[in-house]
Design a binder for this molecule. Structure first.
Ligand code: PMP
Length: 306
């Protein structure tokens, strides 16, 4: 098995990575009933710090609430589990993956009333999601033939395991066709997001990003970028976006905890701007990464030292 760290937190205990096992009849395995988070711990000037850890844990609880899933742990206990998973592995920086799922509760779609969920928190090293050079060179993306979920089908505002079947279609179709990543349109044909990242367009020095109603996950990095961009003096609009707006953009970049800030150099084989990272993207990247060495003042209290 792929062992990504020594220790893992599982149902309240720190145990060796390989010991965290579930039964093959687990509900989540059959029906996709899990909610999760992806959080980065950065090696900062203040020591290892969770980036917006509280906001991520809040989103985990919100996702669980949407699915009426019952956590066995309090907010503070989940926060501590995230810290413990990193500290026990002695990691100065890490990707942290808390996952809450319906376990081995018997077959049938409806789980028994009031059943407690299982929970795991893994923490392991993870570098740049789309490769180190993509942060400067940018990536090639394509609009995928798969639409994002309609709002009255599966709620994209919850970060749930089952949603990632949609993400899988988006990203694997893009990769089969020789692109780095896919961009999906929503059910109305308007721009939504990537498989695991939100999207920003820069046009005439102004930033645009699809709104909450465009079948997106409300990314915490997206929110971070909106705040940082406004702080740098840019106007930011959360508004519906047509596909062709991507074709005439000055710059495009994608944002997410794993992806961080990745410039997009082409869409559907049309070059975006100069075909490499643009000046606004560069400024926003350095404001973002500056948070972790103190060059950008953390006015928002986003760094949460472990
Ligand atoms: N959209 C989707 C579908 C995602 O999986 C992610 C990654 N969590 C994002 C957007 C970006 O969200 P965040 O910035 O909170 O990581």
């Amino acid at each position: 098995a792929a062992k990504q760290a020594e220790w893992i937190w599982f149902n309240g205990e720190i145990m060796p990575w390989g010991d965290a096992k579930v039964h093959v009849m687990s509900h989540a395995l059959h029906y996709g009933t899990s909610v999760f988070e992806g959080i980065r711990v950065y090696d900062t000037h203040l020591g290892p710090a969770g980036f917006r850890l509280t906001d991520h844990v809040q989103r985990l609880f919100d996702s669980a609430k949407i699915y009426r899933m019952q956590l066995s742990y309090s907010f503070d206990e989940v926060m501590q589990a995230c810290r413990d998973a990193v500290v026990h592995n002695g990691l100065p920086s890490a990707y942290v993956r808390p996952l809450v799922f319906i376990g081995d509760v018997g077959m049938g779609i409806t789980p028994p009333q009031g059943v407690d969920c299982d929970m795991v928190v893994a923490a392991f090293p993870w570098g740049a999601y789309l490769g180190e050079d993509s942060m400067e060179a940018g990536v090639d993306v394509a609009v995928t033939s798969w639409q994002r979920l309609a709002p009255n089908t599966i709620p994209t505002g919850a970060k749930a395991g089952g949603n990632y079947l949609s993400s899988l279609q988006i990203s694997t179709e893009a990769k089969r066709n020789g692109f780095h990543e896919g961009i999906a349109l929503d059910v109305n044909g308007l721009v939504s997001e990537g498989a695991g990242a939100n999207l920003f367009v820069v046009k005439k020095n102004k930033l645009y990003t699809p709104p909450a109603t465009a079948a997106i996950l409300m990314g915490i990095t997206r929110d971070t970028i909106i705040s940082l961009a406004k702080d740098l003096g840019y106007e930011v609009a959360e508004e519906p976006m047509a596909r062709e707006f991507l074709y005439v953009a000055d710059e495009i970049f994608m944002t997410g905890t794993a992806a961080e800030i990745v410039p997009v150099r082409s869409v559907d084989r049309l070059q975006v701007g100069e075909g490499k990272r643009g000046p606004v993207t560069r400024r926003i990247q350095s404001a973002f990464f500056g948070l972790f060495n103190g060059e950008t003042q953390d006015k928002w209290g986003w760094l949460e030292p472990l």
